[in-house]
Design a protein around this ligand. Sequence first.
Ligand code: 1GP
Length: 239
Amino acid sequence: MSKPILQHIIDSKKEGKKLLALLLDPDKVNLGETDTIIQKIKNHADLIFVGGSTVSHGDTQKLVQQLKIKTTIPIVLFPGDTSQITGTADAILFLSLISGDNPEYLIKQQLKSVSMLLETTLEIIPTGYILIEGGVETAVQKVSETKPIEQDNIELISQTAITGMYLGKQLIYLEAGSGATKMVSQKIIKKVTENISIPLIVGGGIRTKKQLKMAYEAGADLVVIGTAFEENNLFFDSI
Ligand code: 1GP
């Protein structure tokens, strides 16, 4: 992929091509397994997201370095904390948790990261991150100390997404949380895509081929899969 990653996502949306990202949590990946992981996903995943709510810089850096040696699939940081920033990746989702009111995740972590980012060539992708209730209390809820928006509050979810777009975010990410028992509903995805013109990422609790299809059909441009692959590394073969 020679063009910048955001442009690739925008172009794919225009062409109606749906994208898939594998999320790897450095806490859960054994570095010896990276060859196998790449083998299992290479014909399926368009992007690899790396990040987690609690991982350290060292773990993230080692995993990204290993992946860069083994694959040309772009590596996008999906950091839970500034400490996870490493310049060896290709891009970073510069997240702002716009569904919550915790200044730490709205602006402070971002500000703390700037001196590090200035030292890298990472492509920086401004992303409005919206936490949706996913059936269980997920790590991101605990760490960010913010409440997710209830799934039936579609109007608020939609208006939050529009607010993110008006603030200049280039992507909106609807997140049910890793390991969610309930994915973001089709109704929500549909309503949000109808109201924003920027690409939409959906993740959290998508564990079957049927759910993946449901997310795409409702309008998701990019779907993120983490837990389903952790539990079954043949997951991508089934899609
Ligand atoms: C989490 O959206 C991602 O940030 C993926 O969630 O682990 O439930 O697939 P899962």
